[in-house]
Write a protein that binds this ligand. Structure first.
Ligand SMILES: [Zn+2]
Length: 95
């Protein structure tokens, strides 16, 4: 997997969230109550993906501190001060 900064990972998470909102709106506009609502389910799935993505990927690469309790991703980790706009400096032998 291509290395991404936490900021970029957070942006991908925002895209999933926007997709979820889009599906929810599409469901509201086109799907009647009581009928099967695949768009609503799609919205639900994207919300779960977005939430999981944030839990798994949106954390400090240096100290592992989860950043999910702050609404916007700060430029530096509130725990260790790592610059979240850059990649961690540790070597990856698989790359
Ligand atoms: Zn940190």
């Amino acid at each position: 997997m291509k290395k991404l900064t936490v900021k970029q990972l957070a942006r991908i998470q925002a895209v999933f969230y926007i997709l979820a909102a889009g599906f929810a709106i599409a469901s509201y506009l086109t799907e009647a109550k009581g009928s099967p609502r695949p768009l609503l389910w799609a919205a639900f799935v994207f919300i779960v993906i977005s939430f999981t993505w944030r839990l798994v990927f949106v954390k400090c690469p240096q100290c592992g501190d989860s950043l999910s309790n702050s609404k916007r991703i700060p430029d530096t980790c509130p725990n260790c001060g790592f610059d979240l706009t850059t990649l961690p400096q540790k070597e990856n032998p698989n790359e």
